[in-house]
Design a protein around this ligand. Structure first.
Ligand code: DOR
Length: 450
């Protein structure tokens, strides 16, 4: 355990000894020492720390035996609810949840209240995150004003203020004319367009995936075609405009087939998948479990298998959490009344380790899908375990068995169906810019909630 109670007051050197470090971007999988000084990785390599460094009183030594080190993660898709719904999450609590999950970077979706469709809101979010410190927040601006799907936002302003992409997430840009203009406009500013693929004409009143379970439960179904039709149309528009197009939370085998075909022709199109779409099927909704209500809905086993295969072979580029906090007000109610969404920033390692240890997801691909691949999508310098790089990395205990409880969650909301699940793999420590922003020991000492 990384125990900071015995650390020097202001360690100028942090040395992790004998840790298995995995970074596919550096072709690294070896047992190394990592020496951190002045916010950077001063050196990394087998037995790289000198006897002098190890004996220094200024040094914090972390015993890395039995731990793994990864570059810190980047989440392309989180909802922080500030401004407007801070009772669900705010920028501070969201960034703390990110630190606990192993993230150095988080992209925040614009469906705040008011919507992040103007420079001043983007600027406010960036400034607030800087005050908080820890992981970096990268706002995603809206494609259209008020997410209404009609009038484009001033994307140049949004980009100047710090937006890394545009999206109307939660809503689909359904008009082909607006989407075409959005792709053309965003391209001139080098902003990727992230689409929430849902043909609303096919999902009116829908509560869950259309299929046998929906019929049994008497709930209106949400057909796969609602996603596939938008993906098909958007891929045509992405090709003709040459814009960078990204599919948020892909969930159907049909959308994956279309994406694979587009990529095989060299289009600049990318996609992300969430842990819940990789692990759960629509049957999880049985019992009217509102914590399994999510948009897009949990699909059936054929889709889950397709998502896993596409993530493993790189057709789906990234894992994104779609961390969507809701309070008990929005979840402890009738299924039809409940808001869709699942929190997940804190749970990526334990949940995705299920796929890694079963062999469904190669370890290197897991790391890539949370580091280099998402960084490439938004044009950010990827985190990496190399000498000279910014010290943004995490330590993970690969074997530690634990049960997910409310105490595993650091953010304000607890809406996840995964509580009670037995997992292994836990984030022990997150370092951002050379500063330790999270340790498991301190979170266990604090005992965040009952
Ligand atoms: O389940 C979801 N919740 N999907 C979305 O696209 C939006 C999100 C939210 O904001 O709660």
């Amino acid at each position: 355990m990384v125990d900071l109670r015995r650390a020097p007051k202001t360690p100028q050197l942090i040395i992790v000894t004998g840790v298995r470090a995995i970074d596919p971007s550096a072709s690294l999988d070896a047992v190394v020492d990592i020496v951190v000084e002045d916010g950077r990785i001063a050196c990394i390599g087998p037995a790289a720390a000198t006897a002098e460094q190890l004996a220094s009183e200024r040094a914090l030594i972390v015993d890395g035996r039995n731990l793994w080190a990864f570059p810190a993660f980047l989440d392309l898709h989180a909802h922080f609810r500030e401004p407007g719904q801070e009772y669900k999450e705010d920028i501070r609590s969201g960034l703390m949840a990110a630190a606990a999950g192993g993230f150095a970077h988080v992209c925040a979706m614009p469906n705040t209240k008011p919507v992040n469709d103007t420079r001043s809101i983007t600027e406010m979010m960036v400034a607030r995150a800087r005050e908080v410190g820890g992981p970096e927040l990268h706002p995603i601006g809206a494609i259209t004003r008020g997410l209404r799907g009609e009038e484009l936002t001033e994307m140049a302003d949004l980009r100047e203020a710090g937006a890394v992409a545009v999206s109307d997430d939660g809503h689909c840009v359904t008009s082909s004319a607006v989407m075409r203009r959005a792709l053309e406009y965003a391209r001139t500013f080098g902003l990727p367009v992230i689409q929430h693929c849902e043909d609303h004409a096919l999902t009116g009143g829908a509560q869950m995936h259309e299929g046998r379970t929906a019929t049994k439960l008497g709930l209106r179904g949400w057909p796969r075609e609602a996603e596939d039709i938008i993906v098909a149309r958007d891929l045509i528009l992405a090709e003709s405009t040459g814009a960078a197009y990204h599919i948020a939370h892909i969930s159907t085998s049909g959308a994956i087939r279309l994406l694979r075909e587009a990529k095989s022709r060299g289009l600049a199109v990318t996609a992300e998948v969430t842990p819940h779409h990789l692990l759960l099927t629509d049957e999880a909704v049985v019992g009217y479990r509102t914590h399994c209500k999510v948009n897009p809905p949990l699909r059936d086993a054929t889709d889950v298998i397709a998502c896993r295969a596409a993530l493993a072979d790189g057709t789906i580029d990234a894992i994104a959490t779609d961390h969507a906090p809701h309070s008990s007000l929005e979840k402890d109610c009738e299924f039809q009344e409940a808001s869709p969404g699942i929190v997940g920033l804190e749970l990526v390692v334990p949940l995705m380790f299920e796929l890694v240890s079963s062999g469904a997801l190669p370890l290197a691909r897991f790391v890539d899908a949370l580091t280099r691949a998402p960084a490439r999508i938004i044009g950010l310098e990827p985190t990496t375990l190399r000498a000279g790089a910014r010290a943004d990395f995490i330590l993970v205990h690969p074997e530690r068995e634990h049960i997910l409880t409310r105490a595993s969650l650091v953010g304000k909301s607890h809406n996840t169906p995964f509580l009670g699940r037995k997992c292994h793999g836990q984030v022990e420590m997150t370092m951002v810019r050379g500063a330790i922003v999270y340790t498991l020991a301190s979170s266990e000492l604090q005992g965040t909630s009952p």
